[in-house]
Design a protein around this ligand. Structure first.
Ligand code: SF4
Ligand code: SF4
Length: 136
């Protein structure tokens, strides 16, 4: 069993399709949805973990792609802009998974580990310098 994180974008025509239901029922996958949004224009965004065998995940992703849904393994919903971060450390206490952490105790330089990010957006609300933003 492996787990992979995906960013999905649904065009207007596809937002009503029961995609998660089919991934679970037809491909024996476990789905953990971090974040979902349908815009006023009825476009959809979904960030989720998919757990299953490599083969089942590949088949499930192939199914999703037949639905005109854009699948991206590298895009994340949370962006941390190192250039804007002044390492004020305000976000540290608000990040539940330590995805944002002090990388250097002497300088208090902050770093971001995107693998640990669960997309809670707490840092977006608590960064005074707009270094943390959501892509949707
Ligand atoms: S709150 Fe913003 S500026 Fe301050 S350390 Fe965190 S990301 Fe950097
Ligand atoms: S979105 Fe949540 S988990 Fe991710 S870096 Fe921000 S506070 Fe941490």
């Amino acid at each position: 069993m492996i787990t992979k994180k995906y960013f999905l974008y649904f065009p207007r025509s596809e937002t009503e399709k029961p995609l998660v239901y089919h991934l679970v029922k037809d491909y024996d996958l476990v789905i953990n949805i971090f974040r979902a949004k349908v815009t006023p224009d009825e476009e959809g965004y979904l960030i989720l973990d998919i757990t299953g065998t490599e083969e089942n995940i590949a088949q499930g992703i192939a199914y999703i792609k037949t639905l005109n849904v854009t699948v991206n393994e590298t895009v994340r919903g949370l962006r941390w802009d190192e250039d804007k971060c002044v390492s004020c450390t305000n976000c540290i206490v608000h990040c539940p998974t330590k995805a944002l952490y002090i990388a250097d105790q002497k300088t208090k330089r902050i770093a971001f580990d995107e693998e640990k990010c669960i997309e809670c957006l707490s840092c977006v609300k608590n960064c005074p310098f707009n270094a943390c933003t959501s892509v949707f």
